[in-house]
Structures are given as structure tokens and as C-alpha cells.
Design a protein around this ligand. Sequence first.
Ligand code: FES
Ligand code: FES
Length: 465
Amino acid sequence: MIRFILNNKLIETFDKSGITLLDFIRDKNQLKGTKIGCREGDCGACTILVGTLKNDTVNYKSITSCISPLGNANGKHIVTVEGINLEKELNVAQQVMADNFATQCGFCTPGFVVSMTGFALQNKENSNTCTDAISGNICRCTGYKSIEKAVNVLEKKLLTIDETDQVAVLIKEEFLPNYFKTIPERLKQLTFAPWLNVSGGNFVANGTDLYVRHADVLSQQNVNLVGDVASLKGITITDTICKIGASVTVTEILKNEDLIEVFPKLKDFLKLVSSEQIRNMGTIGGNFVNASPIGDMSIFFLALNSTLHIIKESERQIPYQEFYKDYKKYDLREGELIAAISFEIPDTNTKFNFEKVSKRTHLDIASVNSACKITLENELITAASFSVGGVAAVPKFLSKTNAFLKGKKLSAENIKEAEKVLQTEITPISDVRGTNIYKRLLARQLFFAHFVELYPDRIELGELI
Ligand code: FES
Ligand code: FES
């Protein structure tokens, strides 16, 4: 049985764990405020909040319910737009949307309102803005200026409130209805069993891409849910090694202070990955087995010369560079699961960078993306590790280019020669994200961008192009 609280109501259901939360909410509970737009996580019309109990408080995050399995609601508080209605008046998020004429047909509005409420529920230490919080919501008729005005008003209101007891204050200030204060205690009382070891069921973390492609099939099943399995979570950093569980989400990486210390520009890099809702769901393990040639996290971790930890009865480890065999084919045998990825912490002579070009800055798949790790000692490149996506059948580790650069002096001349080697290693095809010629050009530009970004005192763009 799956047990959770939907808005203010206890749910106990034997429905398949693989059915989407969206269908469960709309069809089985007649809560029609959660809209169906794209069913691909792209439009945000189906945005809901998921509250997870941790040390007496409930942490809320926004997700897109169209690509999320029902079973992941187990033990949590699921909030739809109906669940944030006050008894009589509009709540603050609804009111600022109305006051600023930020709604026309209204189809997208519940999604925006839920994302804005999710922002209000976040800790103020979070460096997100409310605009970040709605990065996964699309409106096709109002125009974004009035929505921007509305979120700015909401943000200003939040600045003035004391957050000692955040939920209590948000109830008092009419962001949330009263029943929210009862949720922590009610979640504590909830007993539930995890959905694992379902015979024949597919492994699913939080859904996302798997549900874009296979929602019809997965909805008919009880699936093996690994998104909350403790042994697949966690980020540990020792002096030299960082290990990240496969079920860690992009948001969890982005907010990890230890990782930010290792990669000071981590937030800038990862804000280019999809949208807030999808980052809250998407796991790194999911991104790896999706095997998209332009998977952002694949490209990121390839350049770090990472090691994959794969489990079944026992664990085996392989270099991540050897994982991909051909388009969507990889070294994972029947019943095996990626448990974690680990990599050496870059030393003081080593720098890392990530670049991405896509048609839209946010919520878009890359045309080409690239990452690099360069070690420089006494003007010599002693190690180079470049990866590039969107230019081959697999996320590409540039072995020949890396080998060419090793031992070379850091100079514009050598970078230009290395770029010629890079072009021999890639085989882009023309598709909706650009022609093969355009992608070759992007691969070149991003390759050069790494050096200009990392060594601005030594390398100037003008010397390279
Ligand atoms: Fe578009 Fe879910 S329906 S994101
Ligand atoms: Fe119509 Fe946003 S108000 S899509």
C-alpha cells in the first residue's frame, strides 16, 4: 500500500506505484487544477510540491507530476494548487498574479502559483530567486513581463517576513492555509514501506526522462523505486576523493556546500541544466543510463575522469570513460545498478570548467556541451581531460585531444593544434539542434572558451580565432 498526505487528506492506495502522480491527482482524486500540458516535464503546468519530513520539519520542493511515479509520494506531503487555497481570499501568490495581470487563459497559472509557493517555502539561505523557481513554467499568452512583476512583488513581501518558524509565518501572512502546521506531526505517524524488490519491475529513480519515453508502460506496473534508497544517496568528500550516490539529484549537488568549495562556479554550471522542477527530480545515475550523447551530467563527470561503482551481488568499478559502447548502449548487465560515481578532488594546479550552448538558456537540451579538467605546472599542461556532448553517438571523452595536450606548453598555438585533433574525434550529425557543421563550430568555440575562461591572463580569445 502507498500512504501519503495529498493536500489535507490521507491517501492509502493499492494503485500501481508506476502510475504518474499527475494521473492519480486528476483522475483518481478529481483535482483538476493540476493541468496537463506537455506530459514531458517541459511546460510546468502540472507542477506540484513534495514535502519530505526531516528532523521535525518538512522540506518542500517543486516537481512536475506528469513524469513522476505515484510510489515516490510514499510517506510524503503532496501539495497541488487546491492544497494552497485559503478558505475565502486568494493566497499571496494568487493575489500578486491577479494584481499584476499575470494571467490570461489561466492554463499555466496553477503551475506558476505552485512554483512561487515552493519558493516561499524555501529557506532564505537558498540563493535561488523566485525567477529561478519559475524557470520550468511556460506561459503562452500573457507574456512574461507581467509574471516577472508578480514574482518580484512576492519576493519583496518575503524579504520583510521573519522566518523563525517559517510555516507559521507563511500561514499568518496568507501564503499558506492553516492545515500546513499539522503536517509534520501527521507525517511522523505515517508508516509506509519502500517500493523495492518488485519482481520484474523496472528500476526507476524519480522518473523524469524514463517517463517521457515510457510513461504508458511504466504506469501499468509496480516499479522498483530507488530514488529514496539511502545507500544510493549521499555526497561524501575525503581529502582526495569525492563519492556521489547515483540517486543524488542535480539540486542536491548544486546545494552541497562541500562541492561548491571544490567547484566555486558549480551553481552557474548547474543552473544551465534543465529547470528547477527537473533538477529537483533528475538524478545523476538516471542521466548516466539515459545515455544521451548530450547528457549534461555525463559530460560533467566524464571530464573529471570519474569511476563508476556498479552493484548487483557485489560491486565492480569501471572508468566512466569506458561505460558507453555505442548509441544508448552501455556496460550494464542484467540486474546491475549504478550505485555511485567517484572522482579525485582537483588539486591546486588543476582547474575545471563546464560550458553549454542551447537554443534557450534554461529548460533546454544542449546543442553542444563540454567540460574540461586541466592541470598546469610550470606553464606545462601535465594532464588534460576534455569531454564534449552532441557531436557523437555517445557522450564523448576526447582521448586523442587529451593525449595531444599532455606535456605541451599552454599556448594559443598548441590549443589551435589540439582543436584540429578534436575535430578528428567527433562525428556530429545534423538534427533539430543544428547542422553537423554548426556543431563542429560549437565544439571548437567551447573548446576555446574553456581556456579563455580558465586562463584569462595567459590566453586571449583574439589569439585563437
Ligand atoms: Fe508539461 Fe507536466 S504537463 S511539465
Ligand atoms: Fe494562458 Fe499562461 S495565461 S498560458
